[in-house]
Write a protein that binds this ligand. Structure first.
Ligand SMILES: Nc1ncnc2c1ncn2[C@@H]1O[C@H](COP(=O)(O)OP(=O)(O)OP(=O)(O)O)[C@@H](O)[C@H]1O
Ligand SMILES: [Mg+2]
Length: 250
């Protein structure tokens, strides 16, 4: 068995009386693309926030690359966050910053890179998402799909070991959604990135995912390969997928 890059055990998260995560056990292996499926409000975004060290768990354990991150201080979380690129649900670009400034943001925040190096990294990241030449535009001047691609460039600009994508396809036309899938695949192949992708797009799941997790009721209800998803007899998962795509499958 390959080494897990992310190892989650018994992870719980509660907001008041709302038990969102009720004991998540999950391994994400180094270099794989894992898709997370599940109902709206089921805790997928909360789980991703935990993986990027942006939230304190109520209980349980998360190891990233062998390091336990629960209970770490803000300062100790710095090196962990630098290994993780995050594409937030909705993009979350800074409206007052240009495209280039948005993409450069995590590099400037780390303070580890010379300005000339930052400029070349930003250019490379924008080329990957096919937005070269758009450096000086502001987010308000871009289409939704372009904004998404800027957010993607920002997530990968530091060549993180792992990228967390929260609904990268939402609101995109099928062609742009496909181009995002190609990017995710390319990054995995060329840089060996580990990818965790929350998505409702089943088409994309079959394009990009090595393995799939079905999160429901605050727990992992099913894990399998994309191929196993096609033929699963898990009733809840089949119902979820059928309802989601609006068409019967198989
Ligand atoms: N910071 C917070 N404080 C309190 N409750 C929160 C917080 N963040 C999330 N929640 C609650 O946690 C639950 C799960 O939210 P989450 O955003 O993870 O859902 P999701 O699975 O990503 O849904 P969607 O598919 O709609 O994006 C919701 O009930 C939400 O109200
Ligand atoms: Mg969400």
């Amino acid at each position: 068995m390959p080494e897990p890059y992310i190892r989650i055990r018994g992870l719980t998260q509660q907001f008041g009386v709302n038990e969102v995560l009720r004991g998540i056990d999950l391994d994400v292996f180094r270099g794989e693309t894992m898709a997370i499926l599940g109902s709206s409000g089921g805790g997928k975004s909360v789980l991703l926030r935990h993986l990027s060290g942006l939230m304190q768990a109520t209980g349980g354990s998360i190891q990233i690359n062998g390091v336990e991150i629960t209970g770490l201080s803000e300062r100790e979380l710095g090196p962990i966050r630098r290994q993780m690129g995050v594409l937030f649900q909705g993009g979350a670009l800074f409206d007052s910053l240009t495209v280039a400034e948005n993409v450069a943001f995590p590099l400037r925040e780390n303070g580890l890179m010379e300005e000339a190096e930052i400029v070349s990294h930003v250019a490379a990241a924008l080329a990957i998402v096919r937005l070269s030449g758009q450096e000086e535009k502001f987010p308000s001047e871009l289409s939704g799909g372009m904004r998404k691609r800027v957010a993607l460039a920002r997530a990968v600009v530091g060549r993180p070991a792992c990228v967390l994508y929260d609904e990268p396809h939402a609101g995109l036309d099928p062609i742009t959604a496909d181009s995002i899938d190609h990017l995710i695949r390319d990054l995995q192949r060329t840089l060996g990135m580990t990818n965790v992708v929350v998505t409702h797009e089943l088409r994309s799941v079959f394009h990009i995912a090595d393995r799939v997790v079905f999160l429901e009721g605050g727990k992992v209800q099913w894990t399998g390969t994309a191929e196993e998803l096609r033929t699963t007899t898990h009733a809840e998962l089949r119902a979820f997928v059928a309802g989601d795509s609006g068409e019967p499958w198989e």
